[in-house]
Design a protein around this ligand. Sequence first.
Ligand code: DQA
Length: 143
Amino acid sequence: MKFFVINGPNLNLLGLRDPKLYGKDTLLDIEEWLNEHQKTEGHSFLWFQSNHEGEIIDHIHKSIDNAKGIIINPGAFTHYSYAIRDAIASVNIPTVEVHLSDIHSREDFRKKSVIKDVCIAQYFGLKKLSYLKGFKKLINTLI
Ligand code: DQA
């Protein structure tokens, strides 16, 4: 099965960006690590990162014919992008929301996700493991 892994703004700076919160791994490190984890199971990931809301929405739309599930870390868009929420709801592809940091123990504005209700699960605070948990949840949902 094919899965989209979508990463939002500033996640291209992982490794450099506040390692205490987000870990030392770069986005490429996380990509290689997750790809390695699922290799034996015959699934594949298409990784995408953008700092632009419209590009993320366009990519979510592409899932219609190209993915069985979506893992998304919308970055700060999590907290206010109704447009990304609507895109996820529109494509009707099972989606999990993931975060490296514990958004529920940080600033108040991070505690709210406008994406959560259109996703089948939300994983946070586990650094790169949040992505693996999200993937496992998708697999369990789809099989
Ligand atoms: C994040 C949490 C968001 O609040 C923040 O804006 C990010 C990263 C995370 O993975 O912990 O960019 O999504």
